[in-house]
Design a protein around this ligand. Sequence first.
Ligand code: SF4
Length: 402
Amino acid sequence: MLGAKGHSDWRRRFPTVVEQLGGIDDTLVIEAARDLEINGRVSNDLGVKLLLEADLTDLRLLGKALKVARFEEEVYFNSNLHVNPTNICVLACRFCAFRRGRKADDAYALSVEEYLSRIRPFSSRIDEVHSVGGLHPDWTVEHYAELIHSAKKAHPHLSMKCLTAVEVKHLSSMSKMTFVEVLSTLKEAGLTSLPGGGAEILDDEIRNIICNGKESSDEYLDIHRTAHHLGLPTNCTMLFGTVEQAEHRIRHLDRLRKLQDDTGGFQCFVPYPFLPDRSRLPQAQHSTGSETIRMIAISRIMLDNIPHIKAYRMNIGDKLAAIALNSGADDVDGTVGHEEIMHEAGSMTSVEDDLDRLSRLIEDAGGVPIRRSTIYNRFQRYIRRPPSDDDRWVALPIAEGV
Ligand code: SF4
């Protein structure tokens, strides 16, 4: 039965799907498929070889087979809104085009009323607010608790997915509270889950170059572990294409899957490439489209215990997202409504608030569009009406497990 994590017997199912999709020739990819089937996991050594040497077509085929074995042709999206409470930040990560100093002309910090006024026009058609931002020099846990509580009070149906790990760390230091105390306070205020931003590359030498002063890799994992123990599901991410090597990327994936072995609290992994516009990292490698697709496939292959892999349209664009859906990804995020972080860095992706358009993107890529909740409960299947009906879509309710 298909549930929020897909078919539980995907390991038994995927070799058949590989054959149905045409089979694999590349010896490294064959070895990876065999390891997943027999040993349950691909080693870091093989992961590095896959990343550097494997045939991309076969790698994509295995990524797709693993996705189809778990989720069949379904592709997930939600109806959400991004609201960034402030772009003022005490740090200056070298890849970040979003942050501003307090005195910058375009620096902003939303009051509670302004925050609510961003949500209000979208409230009736969204089910999630995704809220991350800079590390404001004055704001404490109380301010975020008020933001979240006020939003939940005004719109009880909304799921509040707020705060990256570095924001949690900042609040812990501003309010002199432990991570458990910060997250418990915010959960009580209405926080429902954490996004995964800020993982960058989980290697402290790389972090010292690209985001000096941010939480350490151990702290990132510790904050997510704490959230999981408190019953807050989280996502996790990777920013690739700065100054890291293949080994760093694979170790990053391994650290995430080890934490997932312990807690099971990660819902979705979101890999995205560095976007260079207006940032300060001239030595960055940048990523080609092929490399981005390779990372999507590798993520699906290495992260055998994290159910969802996201093709983050806001970063990689709709065209690459469509290819990613045939390379291992099963999720395209949501309607978004408004986005600053990736667009400040050069993203051109539409933030049009249009479920029909999102459904068309998914169906054109060969998928079945499924609207989901924050925690991946599947509640609507989108079906295209005949073109004579203006290419409109209808949303049919689906019962979980069907
Ligand atoms: S990435 Fe986050 S913590 Fe780093 S400068 Fe930008 S807003 Fe601040």
